[in-house]
Design a binder for this molecule. Structure first.
Ligand code: PLP
Length: 450
């Protein structure tokens, strides 16, 4: 790279002049300049000033096997030499696509044995919208097309995926949502549970799905989509009563259940899929991120035998140039091989998660922290000036969270803030020693924020 040796300020100036960033306030960026990350190894990223930072977000929840695995680079180079690109349209296929689809059908539980590949999680959720509507149309129920999702859920940034998502700030830009999408409230007991017990609140929120189905009419509802654990919404771990009730309702009304496993999949919750951890039986799974550990862009919709047989009964007029891109598919396969052979999911669930959970719970004793919750290797702490009343800060939503995020970075730790929640999702290879460092830096940052 010609720019590799430019000083940080120069890189930042060029960046601000020409690069438009996702989910970034351009004004703030022009004043401060973006952090320039230049290399990474294991759980650590290094910036252009040589500062080493523990990445407790695994990039954007995706670098499950950790940074710097040469095997993935080697596989990508080999595949680029042999077949850098070919499509999977019009009765054509290639070996990486075949092998990855087969591997996923073995890994994903239940009868989800068929994969429609996409370039990302957003693409995959757009595919899901079209696929479930087409499925019901083929079954003679063309009116069954509304998809119910949740406020504060996140399903991606394309027009369809952002419509499924319940981020009001996204809906406000670009005329979303598209028609025939409905939302129910999220199961966030800390922020919205009031005086109810978590159990009662979980049931109440799940039953909103039943109420919405009855309001719209069972014959109009195609599917319900949700993340097993909401990630971008702030790592919202639902009460235990929530998912069994959702499953019961989907079964009762013949509503397809789409589990968006883009974050939860591939070990994040301590098992291969969040659906296993939360005890649900989806008809469709959205996958991306951990599928390739972020080393190459790839996503997919994994669907049941029944859905595949209906969709495959004719032509599904849908697809992306990069559906099952051979290099990305080869990288994903190698990533899955490493996850399996090195027992990284078992490490995450049985070694790292219990140790982290113990340390994470101790953060709840900090005067700035109300609730500390964690499942597998995704956790959040809710910041509050008064834990007993779960009060919000007078400074306004997200101000203290942002301060804490900045203190973390200064202290060599990437923790993200969602409003006044601080969240983590570290690489699955994280060791006890790394966890000690994470907690030490988080505590120091909280002390400096308070
Ligand atoms: N679904 C979930 C649950 C996500 O968290 C994300 C991204 O964070 C997406 C979908 C969108 O994936 P992508 O950014 O790869 O399009």
């Amino acid at each position: 790279m010609a720019y590799n040796h430019l000083p940080t300020e120069e890189l930042q100036a060029l960046d601000a002049a020409h690069h438009m960033h996702p989910f970034t306030d351009g004004n703030a960026l022009n004043k401060k300049g973006a952090r320039v990350i230049t290399s990474a190894k294991g759980v650590t990223i290094t910036d252009s000033d040589g500062k080493e930072i523990l990445d407790a977000m695994a990039g954007l929840w995706c670098v499950n096997i950790g940074y710097g695995r040469d095997e993935l680079a080697d596989v990508a180079a080999r595949q680029m030499r042999q077949l850098p690109y070919y499509n999977t349209f019009f009765q054509t296929t290639h070996v990486p696509a075949i092998e990855l689809a087969k591997k996923l059908s073995q890994l994903v539980p239940g009868d989800l044995n068929h994969v429609f590949f996409n370039g990302s999680g957003s693409d995959a959720n757009d595919t899901n919208i079209r696929m479930v509507r087409h499925y019901w149309a083929l079954k003679g129920k063309p009116d069954k097309k509304t998809i119910i999702a949740r406020w504060n859920g996140y399903h991606g940034s394309t027009v369809g995926a952002a419509s499924l998502g319940g981020m009001k700030g996204m809906h406000a830009q670009g005329g979303l949502p598209i028609p025939d999408i409905a939302h129910i409230d999220q199961p966030d007991w800390w922020s919205e549970g009031g005086e109810q017990s978590p159990h009662a609140f979980g049931l109440e929120r799940a039953r909103q799905l039943e109420a919405k189905i009855n309001e719209l009419g069972e014959d109009k509802v195609a599917a319900f989509i949700a993340e097993p654990i909401q990630g971008a919404g702030g790592v919202i771990i639902p009460p235990e009563s929530y998912w069994p009730e959702i499953q019961r309702i989907c079964d009762k009304y013949e509503i397809l259940l789409i589990a968006d496993e883009v974050i939860c999949g591939f070990g994040r919750t301590g098992q291969w899929f969040g659906s296993q951890t939360m005890g649900i039986r989806p008809d469709i799974m959205t996958i991306a991120k951990g599928l390739s550990s972020g080393y190459a862009p790839i996503g997919g919709s994994v669907v049941s035998d029944e859905i595949a047989s209906v969709i495959n009964s004719g032509e599904f007029n849908h697809g992306y140039t990069y559906s099952a891109h051979p290099v990305a598919a080869a990288v994903a396969l190698e990533n899955l091989r490493i996850l399996e052979e090195e027992k990284i999911v078992e490490h995450a669930g049985k070694v790292a998660a219990p140790y982290l959970a113990g340390k994470w719970a101790e953060l709840a004793d900090h005067p700035l922290v109300g609730e500390a919750k964690i499942k597998g290797l995704m956790g959040s702490i809710a910041l509050t000036p008064d834990a007993a009343s779960r009060a919000a800060f007078a400074a306004g939503a997200g101000v203290v969270g942002l301060m804490c995020r900045d203190r973390c970075f200064a202290n060599g730790l990437v923790m993200r803030h969602v409003g006044d929640r601080m969240i983590i999702s570290p690489p699955l290879i994280i060791t006890h020693q790394d966890i000690d460092t994470l907690i030490e830096r988080a505590t120091k940052s909280l002390d400096e924020t308070y």
